[in-house]
Design a binder for this molecule. Structure first.
Ligand code: HEC
Ligand code: HEC
Ligand code: HEC
Ligand code: HEC
Ligand code: HEC
Ligand code: HEC
Length: 464
C-alpha cells in the first residue's frame, strides 16, 4: 500500500527541480518563500498550496498551463493574484503534462517545507532529501491508518476469544468469572501502570534529547541585512575566503570583514550585471550609506554633510544607474522606478546616524550564525594553519551558498570524532619533541599521529 500510494502521487522532485529551474525560476524565487517578479510559490498566503487547499488540482494545473484564460474566465484566485501583481502576465506552459506538473508541485512543496534546513544538503542533494521526506510523509499517514486498523482488529479478536472461552467454560460447567466491561479493562491497574511507565520513558527521552539540542542550530540561515552572496563573491568571482576572513590564519576568530573591505571593490563596482540577472541599486546603497561614500563624486562625504543631503545624492545616483542599466524599461515606466528607488533610499537611511552632530555611517549589523557555547574554546588558526584543514570541511561548500547556513552541528561529538580520525601535520617543527612518536613513525610501527594522540581529547584543551 505504501509503495503504491507513493507512486500514485506521481512526479519526482528531481525532475520537478530541473523543470522549475528551466521554466519558473526566472520569475519565482527558488526559496519559495519570498516574492520576486511573481509570488512566492510555497508561502502561507501564496502559491500552490493555496490553490490545492481552497480550489483543486485541476484549477492549479489549468492556471499554470494558461493563466490568462483563467483570469478571463473569472476564477476568483486567478483574478485576485493577477490584480495584486499589477496585471502582469505569467507565461503560459500549455505543453506541461500532468506528470510534469505533479513533479513541479512536489518540488515546490518540498523546497518550501525546509530546503534551507536540510543539514548536509548541498546543491544536488536538496531534491533527493526532498523526495525522501515526501515519501515518508505519505507512508506515515498510511502507517497510522494501518496501525489503527490493526489495533482495532486486536481488540475485537481479544473480545471474541474471551467470549469463546466463556462459552467453553459454560459447557464444561466451570464457574463463570464476571465479565469485565471495556472501561474496567482500560482503567485496570496493569494498563494504567504500563501507561505511566511508557509515559515516563517517552518524556525522559524527549527531555534529554531537547536538553542536548539546546543552543544547537545546525542548518541556521538567517536573512542578513545586506543580500551578500557567497555564491557570487567566493564562487563566481573566486575571491579567496581569507581576503575577507583574514583573521582565520592569525587568530581565534575568522572575523567578518568591515565595510572598508567591501569598498575596496564597490567604490568602482556600482551595479552588478555579469552574474546577477536582475541587479538593483538598493543593496550597494546600504554599503555606501554605512561607509559614508558619495558615489557621484567617488569620494567619502565630509562629516558635516547631513543626512538629507546624502540621501538626495543616493536617490540621484540610483536613478542614474538604473536608467543606464535598463534604458528602455526605465523610460517606459519612470514613475515606478522612482518610487521603488525612493523605497530603497528609505532603507539605506537606516545606515546613517542621526543623533550625532556629525553624520557618519553606522556599521552593518551582520547576524551571527556560528556561535559556540561560552565554555568551549575553538581557534581558527590552529585548525587552518597548523592543521591545514580546508574551510569547507567545517563550513560546507560556502562558495555555492547564496545565503550562508550552519553546515556542521558544532556539537562536542563532532569535534571529538574529527580529532580521533584526523592526523596532525607531524612534520611541523612544533612537534619535534614528540621523540617517541617520531621513532615509531620511522620504524613503520605507526602510520600517523592523530589529534587524539597529542591530547586533543583532553577536556581542558577545549573547555576553559
Ligand atoms: C514571466 C514570469 C513568470 C514565469 C516564467 C512563471 N510565472 Fe508564475 N506567476 C507570475 C506572476 C507575475 C504571477 C502573479 C499572477 C499574475 O500576475 O499573473 C504568477 C503566479 C503564479 C501562481 C499563483 C500563485 C498564487 O499565490 O496564487 C502559481 C501557482 C505560479 N505562478 C506557478 C508558476 C510555475 C509552476 C511556473 C513554471 C512552470 C511559473 N509560475 C512561471 C510570473 C511568472
Ligand atoms: C567578499 C568578502 C567575503 C568572501 C570572499 C568570503 N566571505 Fe564569508 N562572509 C562575508 C560576510 C560579509 C559575511 C557575513 C554575512 C553572511 O553571513 O553572509 C560572511 C559570513 C561567513 C560565514 C558565517 C559567519 C557566521 O556568522 O557564523 C562563514 C562560515 C563564511 N563566511 C565562510 C566563508 C568561506 C568558507 C569563504 C570562502 C569560500 C568565504 N566566507 C568568503 C564575506 C566574505
Ligand atoms: C574583490 C572585489 C569585491 C569585494 C571585496 C566585494 N565585492 Fe561585492 N561584488 C563584486 C563584483 C565584481 C560584483 C558584481 C558581479 C556582477 O557583475 O554580477 C559584486 C556584487 C555585489 C552585490 C550585488 C549587487 C547587485 O547589483 O545585485 C552585493 C549586494 C555585494 N556585491 C555586496 C558586497 C559586500 C557586502 C561586500 C563586503 C563584505 C562585498 N560585496 C565585497 C566585487 C566585490
Ligand atoms: C575545524 C573546523 C573549522 C575550520 C577548518 C574553519 N572553521 Fe570557521 N568556524 C568553526 C567554528 C567551530 C566556528 C564557531 C566559533 C565560535 O563560535 O567561537 C567558526 C566560525 C566562523 C566564522 C564566524 C566568525 C568567527 O570567527 O567566529 C567565520 C566567518 C568562519 N568561521 C570562517 C571560516 C573560514 C573563512 C575558514 C577557512 C579559512 C574557516 N572558518 C575554517 C569551525 C571551523
Ligand atoms: C575537521 C577536523 C576537526 C574538527 C571538526 C575539529 N578539529 Fe580541532 N583539531 C583538528 C586538528 C587536525 C588539530 C591539530 C592541529 C595541530 O596540528 O596543532 C586540532 C587541534 C585542536 C586543538 C588543540 C589540541 C592540542 O592538543 O593542541 C583544540 C583545542 C581543538 N582542536 C578544538 C576543537 C574544537 C573545540 C572543535 C569543535 C568546535 C574542533 N576542534 C573541531 C581537527 C579538527
Ligand atoms: C575537541 C574539543 C572538546 C573536548 C576534548 C571536550 N569537549 Fe566538551 N564540549 C565541546 C564543545 C564544542 C561543546 C559544546 C557542545 C554544544 O554546544 O552542544 C562541549 C560541551 C560539553 C558539555 C556540555 C554538554 C552539552 O552537550 O552542551 C559538557 C558537560 C562537556 N562538554 C564535558 C566535557 C568533558 C568532561 C570532557 C573531557 C572528557 C570534554 N567535554 C572534552 C568540545 C570538547
Amino acid at each position: 500500500m505504501v509503495t503504491l500510494s507513493a507512486s500514485a502521487q506521481g512526479g519526482n522532485a528531481e525532475k520537478g527541480k530541473s523543470l522549475f529551474l528551466g521554466k519558473c525560476a526566472s520569475c519565482h524565487n527558488t526559496d519559495m518563500k519570498t516574492k520576486s517578479t511573481g509570488p512566492a510559490l510555497a508561502a502561507d498566503a501564496y502559491g500552490v498550496n493555496v490553490w490545492l487547499e481552497e480550489y483543486s488540482q485541476e484549477d492549479l494545473y489549468a492556471w499554470i498551463r494558461n493563466s490568462s484564460k483563467m483570469v478571463k474566465a473569472g476564477h476568483p484566485r486567478a483574478t485576485k493574484i493577477y490584480t495584486e501583481f499589477n496585471n502582469q502576465l505569467m507565461t503560459s506552459f500549455p505543453d506541461l503534462t500532468d506528470d510534469d506538473l505533479a513533479s513541479l508541485v512536489l518540488y515546490i512543496q518540498e523546497k518550501g517545507k525546509g530546503g534551507g534546513a536540510t543539514p548536509q544538503g548541498d546543491q544536488g542533494g536538496d531534491a533527493v532529501t526532498a523526495s525522501n521526506t515526501e515519501s515518508s510523509g505519505i507512508s506515515s499517514t498510511w502507517l497510522w491508518v494501518l496501525f489503527g486498523t490493526l489495533f482495532l482488529a486486536v481488540v475485537l479478536l481479544a473480545r471474541y476469544i474471551n467470549n469463546l472461552n466463556r462459552l467453553a467454560q459454560r459447557k464444561t460447567g466451570d464457574e463463570i468469572i464476571n465479565e469485565k466491561s471495556i472501561l474496567e479493562i482500560v482503567f485496570s491497574r496493569g494498563v494504567v501502570r504500563s501507561l505511566i511507565f511508557f509515559g515516563v520513558l517517552f518524556g525522559g527521552y524527549m527531555l534529554v534529547n531537547g536538553a542536548i539540542g539546546l543552543g544547537r542550530q545546525q542548518g541556521y540561515a538567517p536573512d542578513q541585512p545586506i543580500k551578500f552572496s557567497h555564491e557570487l563573491h567566493a564562487g563566481n568571482l573566486e575571491i579567496d575566503c581569507q581576503y575577507c576572513h583574514d583573521g582565520a590564519r592569525r587568530s581565534k576568530h575568522a572575523v567578518i570583514p568591515a565595510t572598508n573591505t567591501c569598498m575596496n571593490c564597490h567604490k568602482a563596482v556600482q551595479i552588478a550585471g555579469k552574474y546577477n540577472k536582475n541587479p538593483r541599486t538598493g543593496e550597494i546603497m546600504k554599503i555606501y550609506a554605512s561607509a559614508g561614500f558619495n558615489p557621484l563624486d567617488g569620494i567619502y562625504f565630509h562629516d558635516s554633510i547631513g543626512k538629507d543631503e546624502r540621501l538626495a545624492v543616493y536617490d540621484r545616483w540610483a536613478n542614474q544607474k538604473m536608467k543606464d542599466k535598463y534604458a528602455e524599461a526605465y523610460d517606459a515606466s519612470e514613475e515606478r522606478f522612482r518610487t521603488e528607488i525612493a523605497q530603497e533610499v528609505k532603507v539605506a537611511a537606516q545606515y546613517i546616524k542621526t543623533k550625532d552632530k556629525n553624520t557618519s555611517g553606522k556599521p552593518i549589523e551582520w547576524i551571527r550564525i556560528h556561535n559556540l557555547q561560552d565554555h568551549a574554546y575553538f581557534n581558527h588558526s590552529q585548525h587552518v594553519v597548523a592543521g591545514k584543514i580546508e574551510c569547507q570541511t567545517c563550513h560546507g561548500e560556502v562558495e555555492k551558498m547564496e545565503v550562508v547556513k550552519q553546515y556542521a552541528p558544532l556539537s562536542m561529538g563532532w569535534c571529538v570524532n574529527c580529532h580521533r580520525q584526523t592526523k596532525v601535520q607531524f612534520d611541523n617543527e612544533y612537534y619535534s619533541n614528540y621523540k617517541y612518536y617520531h621513532d615509531e613513525l620511522k620504524s613503520g610501527k605507526r602510520k600517523g599521529v592523530t589529534v587524539e594522540d597529542i591530547g586533543g581529547l583532553e577536556c581542558q584543551k577545549c573547555h576553559y
